[in-house]
Design a protein around this ligand. Structure first.
Ligand code: PAF
Length: 301
């Protein structure tokens, strides 16, 4: 397929490379005006094997011929990053959006009233030790699913992602895995950002009661939203991710460390807003949301 990837951070670049390995024609859409770039990819092998991949960039002609647009920018960047591409985009082009958190769906449906729209969430792990090097650090489940009528029949897109990087599954209701991932992000991201610690540090005794309270609040809101779960189930999933990614710094930890804006409004902020609709009290998630907003405001007055 002719694919354009918007947002070649670590996860975006991972998918660009894995799809290129499957012989798809992938171009990158970047913030700069370069027409070509080379990325160096460290495979998830021991010893590490490195291969280099050249990508064409920012070609309006390629964008007009694009059959699949994958957007992997941060939640708060999705609409501003997508808007300049709209004049070129074919209405048949399938759009896949992958970011932490929930809350961009209605804006995207408005911006793209005709295109098939798919949302995705992944537990694949990667980071960029340099701006042009991608290190694949962990395998994990990826889920894709339609959020509009036009995308309902497109389960083959999940098969295409699965061939590039397994396991990937098509979901009848993508909001279920999006909420599951939201629960993990509500627990891990703000705590690791506030305390500037690794994910693994959250296994220390001092964080246990806060993690319990976060999971209880999220479980109440998820249940009210129709996604039956319990505090114990969410705690178990959070603990698994803490163990599996013990040496990693979460994305929000890195955003705060590098003085960047975070996705907090789409994570704990989204949770609190949904809780209010159901008259559920979520004081711990509210505190974490406000603590990160305060840290952001010191850098972005
Ligand atoms: O945002 C992140 O860093 C990741 O979604 C997760 C799962 C918390 C692991 O670090």
């Amino acid at each position: 397929m002719n694919i354009t990837l918007l947002g070649a951070g670590a996860i975006g670049a991972l998918w660009a490379i894995k799809l290129t390995q499957q012989q798809h024609k992938v171009q990158l859409w970047t913030r700069h005006s370069e027409t070509q770039t080379t990325l160096h990819f460290n495979e998830l092998t021991t010893p590490i094997t490195t291969n280099s991949y050249s990508f064409s960039c920012n070609s309006p002609d390629d964008l007009a011929a694009c059959e699949l647009l994958i957007i992997t920018v941060k939640a708060f960047q999705v609409t501003t990053a997508l808007t300049p591409l709209l004049p070129y985009l074919n209405t048949d082009c399938v759009v896949v959006i992958m970011h932490n958190g929930i809350g961009t769906q209605s804006q995207i449906k408005q911006l793209l009233p005709h295109n098939p729209i798919i949302y995705a969430t992944t537990s694949q792990a990667a980071f960029k030790p340099t701006p042009t090097t991608i290190q694949h650090t962990g395998l994990g489940q990826t889920s894709l699913g339609a959020i509009n009528q036009q995308a309902q029949p497109l389960s083959y897109i999940a098969a295409l992602f699965n061939a590039a990087l397994a396991p990937t599954q098509w979901q009848a209701n993508i909001y279920q895995p999006l909420w599951q991932k939201l629960a993990i992000n509500c627990a891990i991201n703000p705590l690791t950002a506030i305390h500037q610690c690794t994910n693994g540090d959250l296994a220390l005794p001092c964080y246990q009661s806060q993690l319990d309270s976060i999971c209880l609040e999220v479980a109440q809101v998820m249940t009210a939203e129709g996604f039956l779960t319990t505090q114990q189930q969410l705690r178990h999933q959070v603990d698994n991710v803490i163990k599996a990614t013990a040496n990693n710094y979460s994305s929000m930890n890195r955003d705060i460390f590098h003085h960047r804006l975070t996705e907090i409004d789409y994570i704990n902020g989204y949770l609190v807003q949904q809780a209010q609709r159901h008259n559920i009290d979520t004081p711990i998630n509210y505190q974490l949301w406000q603590a990160i907003k305060h840290m952001e405001s010191l850098e972005h007055a």
